[in-house]
Ligand binder design. Structure first.
Ligand code: COA
Length: 270
């Protein structure tokens, strides 16, 4: 795996943890971080050892949003080609790559999560936060608004009375509130954050990766397509899953009374 300047990668028993590693800047997303995340995710999607990905932050912050100095102030004086490159990668890894990764991606939110940091949470398939993590759409506080991809992901994930309230007031909110408004999956006590996230990851490692990839594909295609198109795509994914398995091994094992699908996963060929 390539070496990266702004992220750490740690692989263990099928689970790959990516840690945003700019703690002194509260893991704000610099142009280099966007380059690193784009390259890392592109490499990991083909990595057979990576069955689940966890995204988290070093130090007291998950992600303090875009780097207000490097991504905005310093970029304003960069040539158009550099601005285009960085903005493209910034959008791609959060709004496209994570969703289309074959592996499930879990955001493990360990602290501050502001502005653009929300897009990492919404792009991830599952989001678990420490109860004392703090969320905020702070853009209005510096005379701006949650722009570009932040607006898009918020309108997809939040009800207007929640999204507009927090975007207009810039007020911070707790992980419990994030759970209530559907921004995250679950808030857990800080002491349990790693344990609970790893338990979910390990459960997913035991599941058939062909099925996990299909769940994500069907979900996102259905979300973004008109119903009749989504239905057709779902049918095609279903055919492909059966072909890839060379039949329906999970249902065969059920017929042979080897397990109960309602209560656990079948044993798939590794
Ligand atoms: N962009 C660039 N630098 C940032 C940053 C960001 N989004 N967030 C924090 N930093 C930097 C600070 O400038 C400071 O750098 P310095 O030590 O060189 O002065 C360092 O990180 C620590 O910040 P500090 O404010 O002292 O830490 P804190 O733990 O007390 O507070 C925050 C953390 C996240 C509440 C606060 O830094 C903050 O409000 N950041 C901006 C968040 C934001 O509006 N994000 C939206 C961007 S789209």
């Amino acid at each position: 795996m390539a070496e990266f300047k702004t992220i750490l990668i740690d692989k263990k028993e099928g689970v790959t943890i990516i840690t945003f590693n700019r703690p002194e800047q509260r893991n704000a997303m610099s142009p280099q971080l966007h380059r690193d995340m784009y390259a890392a995710l592109n490499e990991l999607r083909y990595d057979k050892e990576t069955r689940v990905i966890i995204l988290t932050g070093a130090g007291p912050s998950f992600c303090a949003g875009q780097d207000l100095k490097q991504y905005f102030l310093e970029m304003d004086s960069q040539p158009q080609s550099v601005r285009d490159e960085v903005r493209r990668l910034s959008k791609l890894w959060r709004n496209e790559l994570i969703r289309t990764m074959p592996q499930p991606v879990i955001a493990m939110i360990n602290g501050w999560c502001f502005g653009g940091g929300f897009t990492i949470v919404t792009a991830s398939d599952i989001a678990i936060a420490a109860e004392d993590a703090t969320f905020g759409l702070s853009e209005v506080n510096f005379g701006h608004f949650p722009g570009g991809e932040v607006t898009i992901v918020l309108t997809e994930h939040l009800q207007p009375k929640h999204g507009l309230f927090y975007a207009l007031t810039g007020k911070t909110f707790t992980a419990k509130e994030a759970e209530r408004i559907g921004l995250i999956t679950k808030a857990v006590p800080r002491t349990d954050l790693e344990k609970e996230t790893m338990a979910i990851a390990q459960d997913l490692v035991e599941k058939d990766p062909i099925a996990l990839k299909a769940v994500k594909e069907a979900w996102y295609y259905t979300f973004y397509s008109p119903p009749e198109v989504a239905y057709e795509i779902s049918g095609l994914i279903s055919q492909r899953v059966t072909q890839q398995h060379g039949g329906r091994p999970g249902i065969q094992q059920f017929r042979e009374k080897k397990y109960q699908p309602g209560l656990g996963a079948y044993k798939w060929e590794k």
